[in-house]
Ligand binder design. Structure first.
Ligand SMILES: CC(C)(COP(=O)(O)OP(=O)(O)OC[C@H]1O[C@@H](n2cnc3c(N)ncnc32)[C@H](O)[C@@H]1OP(=O)(O)O)[C@@H](O)C(=O)NCCC(=O)NCCS
Length: 182
């Protein structure tokens, strides 16, 4: 493992380096991925480098790169945004960019790592996210980890000529602790 920060069973999370910008850029421009991420402008390499630099200096955001333990291959990124130290909450985001890795439980493993970090290290109380209702893979991934559906934002985003719903989901620290003890 190269510079691991959070270590799971098959993957680990580490800091995002400027050298990672080309692969992250490719993931975020991939139509199969960006359709779920509210991205609708092409991302050039300099913009991605600037984003990595900006995130590094932003106390309300923490981004991490996900890599496979077996060969250090980068497979995605995940983040906490709007980290709110008064209300102890943050918004979760994930992009498993290597599509060959989908459906193997790696997205769930990564999400668990960041939840443990959020509750155990950052002292968060609430971990929330917004997911497009038609992103069934992501909804399943979050529900199997114990996220609750809080509500539906009707016709909240527009893509492919249609308006789509967005689901707000969250998990609280007590719920997570209880699920882990089960
Ligand atoms: C969402 C994402 C992180 C999930 O990663 P992953 O590694 O595929 O997740 P997992 O394998 O842990 O879980 C996916 C689950 O969805 C299920 N699934 C896959 N396709 C599905 C579908 N069309 N409908 C319902 N469930 C589906 C899988 O079977 C699996 O459930 P299981 O473990 O009960 O079998 C990944 O697909 C991704 O990054 N997608 C692109 C960006 C994105 O959508 N990000 C999230 C924005 S909110």
């Amino acid at each position: 493992m190269k510079n691991p920060f959070l270590i799971g069973e098959r993957i680990y999370a580490r800091a995002i380096e400027r050298d990672d910008a080309p692969i992250v850029q490719a993931w975020l421009n991939d139509p199969d991925i960006r359709q779920h991420l509210r991205l609708f402008r092409p991302i050039d390499l300099q913009s991605e480098i600037d984003f990595i630099d900006k995130t590094r200096n932003d106390p309300t955001t923490i981004g991490m790169l996900l890599a496979l333990q077996e060969d250090d291959r980068p497979i995605g990124v995940m983040s906490l945004r709007d980290i709110d130290s008064k209300n102890h909450k943050a918004e979760f985001g994930i992009c498993s960019g290597d599509k060959t890795c989908w459906g193997q439980g790696l997205g769930s493993e990564a999400t668990q790592l960041l939840i443990d970090y959020g509750f155990g290290t950052l002292n968060l109380h609430r971990f929330y996210l917004c997911v497009h209702a038609n992103n069934e893979r992501a909804v399943r991934c979050y529900e199997k980890l114990g996220f609750q559906r809080e509500g539906v934002l009707r016709h909240e985003h527009y893509s492919d000529g249609l308006y789509w719903d967005t689901i707000v989901m969250s998990i609280l620290r007590d719920e997570w602790d209880w699920l882990k003890k089960k």
